[in-house]
Design a protein around this ligand. Structure first.
Ligand code: ATP
Ligand code: MG
Length: 569
């Protein structure tokens, strides 16, 4: 379990950060520091967005919306080595799916490469930057440690003329990768290591997805992010707490460059979730090493994975808004599940499906006959109306809903017992048919025509209500059931994170029987299979061969976790 003092510490960070940001924006608007608020969501296109990014998306787009401002989408594409168009497309799709729209066209840090280069020359001319010939390892050695100050590089006192000449030659491609870098001349003795002459340009002889072969030098994050903010007129640059130590550098650059505006950076707590990983490096590894079936595998914490699993964006937004009062920055997935169930309980239509079918023959129902019975689509939403469900002589019920020798507490079907079939009739089991191996393969039952709709006119009660599907009309389907991807709350805490992958995170059932209306079901309409859980069609599903993913079971464990005092809300 999480260390409580850490958790409490994180609670303050979350509370302060979210309150602080909105209070700050409100104050800045009231004081006229800014006329309107401009934020940005700045993903690096080197992977798919995940549930952690959802927090940043809801904050950046949400603050802009709440205060009548705008939010830009900006791709932080300063590293040509790892970025791909596939990721750019996926990020745009995911942000829109979350229900947000950015202002104007998507922006890119690479849109500003010309200006950033000019600003680098500006720093050189002002004596605030120099070309360093030390290699990466030497730079690290000279940088010092948290307890020891750094040492000046022997190249630190080059003249602006010499620096300008070398920097232009770096740009012209005269030197190999890593031979020289441009560094800001700040303070090698600073207590903040980020201020010890950070590298701002490096040689990378790789074509860039957007600027092609134009550049062989690229700015570092710290020399691109705040500058892009300033160029876009961003007023409140919201990022995660690990950038807190970069803020003095962010401000230093803004103070030393001829920027058209003065953005300010504010930090908030990163979201972490137990039983999963949220680092892009680890998610990339899961995909590349085939531990999952792609970035949008329904077991992945990616937004595309959650979507494919049938989780609605409204539930994710609700989840993120509740994080403002969580006790820990490491959230249990049960809280997300709780938000999902709460949303789906209100909005998902109900249908019947049988996962492990057992045939039932109604002996007193005429052969060759069938009828349609009215079923309520969603008891929580009258507007969802009703539908007709076919009923006939042969049906399927769940194998688990029958026991030949039932214990006392088992209220479902058994020999000589009567139960209700949902929306249909009471049936009584008269006989059990077995194969040569002794397996139960069929139940012979009778129904009471007077109980149509599910109530007996004589007032007689039954203890169990079962879901069922008409054998003649059933649609065959494949069902994927998912569990946590990892068996450990903190994967990788004791060793390699892949060692705690859950071998049973995916179970596939074939030969499941669905009510006919589920045959051609929209992928974005998660549906409740009565008594079983929430499901939605997989991307691979077709009316000819339906495949459903289990979004989640019906049982909410969140309240229980809270009651035990292990929760975080
Ligand atoms: P990683 O460290 O795994 O590579 P990242 O932070 O570099 O992730 P980006 O694509 O740069 O990923 O993130 C875009 C925005 O989303 C940033 O502002 C970042 O702070 C925010 N973000 C990323 N991960 C989380 C998280 N777990 N919780 C909250 N915000 C996050
Ligand atoms: Mg990043």
């Amino acid at each position: 379990m999480t260390n409580m003092s850490d958790a409490e510490h994180a609670e303050d960070a979350v509370k302060e950060a979210s309150d602080f940001i909105r209070d700050r924006v409100r104050d800045d608007l009231a004081a006229g520091v800014t006329k309107s608020v401009v934020t940005r969501f700045p993903p690096e296109p080197n992977g798919y967005l995940h549930i952690g990014h959802a927090k940043s998306i809801c904050l950046n787009f949400g603050v802009a919306q709440e205060f009548g401002g705008v939010c830009n989408l900006r791709f932080d594409d300063t590293n040509p080595a790892k970025e791909e168009q596939e990721f750019i497309d996926a990020i745009e799709e995911d942000v829109r799916w979350m229900g947000f729209e950015w202002d104007g066209a998507p922006r890119h840090a690479s849109d500003y490469f010309d200006t950033l280069y000019e600003w680098a020359e500006h720093l050189i001319n002002e004596g605030h930057a120099y070309v360093d010939d030390l290699n990466a390892e030497e730079i690290r050695e000279y940088r010092g440690t948290l307890t020891e100050p750094g040492k000046n590089s022997p190249y630190r006192d080059r003249t602006p003329e010499e620096n300008l000449d070398l920097f232009r030659r770096m740009k012209a491609g005269e030197f190999e990768d890593g031979a020289r870098v441009l560094r800001a001349k700040v303070d090698m003795a600073s207590g903040n290591i980020n201020m010890r002459d950070p590298v701002i340009y490096r040689i990378v002889k790789k074509p860039h997805p957007r600027t092609g072969d134009t550049w062989c030098i690229y700015p570092n994050y710290d020399f691109a992010h705040g500058q892009s903010d300033a160029l876009e007129g961003v007023t409140h640059s919201l990022c995660t707490l690990e950038f807190e130590d970069h803020r003095p550098l962010y401000d230093w650059f803004i103070a030393h460059l001829p920027t058209p505006s003065v953005p300010r950076q504010y930090e908030f707590a990163r979201l972490n979730m137990t039983y999963t990983v949220l680092s892009k490096r680890r998610l990339t590894q899961l995909v590349e090493d085939g531990h999952v079936n792609g970035w949008d595998d329904p077991r992945m914490p990616t937004l595309s994975g959650l979507r494919r699993r049938g989780i609605p964006p409204e539930a994710i937004r609700d989840f993120v808004s509740r994080l403002g009062v969580t006790k820990s920055d490491s959230v249990e997935p049960a809280l997300l599940d709780h938000c999902v169930r709460e949303h789906l309980n209100k909005h998902a239509e109900r249908r019947m499906a049988v996962l492990k079918p057992l045939k039932v023959v109604i002996e007193n129902y005429p052969e060759g006959q069938s009828e349609e019975l009215e079923a309520v689509n969603n008891p929580e939403d009258e507007g969802a109306g009703t539908r007709m469900v076919p009923f006939g002589r042969e049906l399927y019920i769940e194998q688990d809903d029958f026991m030949e020798d039932p214990p006392k507490k088992f209220f479902r079907l058994g020999p000589g017992r009567e139960v209700r079939l949902r929306w249909a009739y009471f049936i009584t089991c008269n006989d059990v048919v077995k194969d040569d191996a002794g397996n139960i393969i069929e139940l012979r039952c009778t129904y009471d025509p007077a109980t149509k709709g599910g109530d007996a006119p004589d007032g007689r009660k039954v203890k169990g209500t079962l879901h069922w599907v008409s054998a003649e009309h059933a649609v065959d389907a494949v069902l994927h059931q998912y569990d946590h991807l990892f068996t450990e709350p903190n994967p990788g805490k004791n060793g390699d994170f892949v060692d705690s992958l859950n071998p049973d995170s995916l179970t596939t059932l074939t030969g499941c029987k669905l009510e006919p209306s589920l045959g051609a079901w929209d992928a974005d309409r998660t549906v409740q299979f009565e008594r079983l859980g929430y499901f939605c069609p997989d991307l691979s599903s077709s009316p000819e061969s339906p495949v459903f993913n289990r979004t989640m079971t019906l049982r909410d464990t969140w309240a229980k976790i809270q009651a035990k005092g292990r929760g975080n809300a």
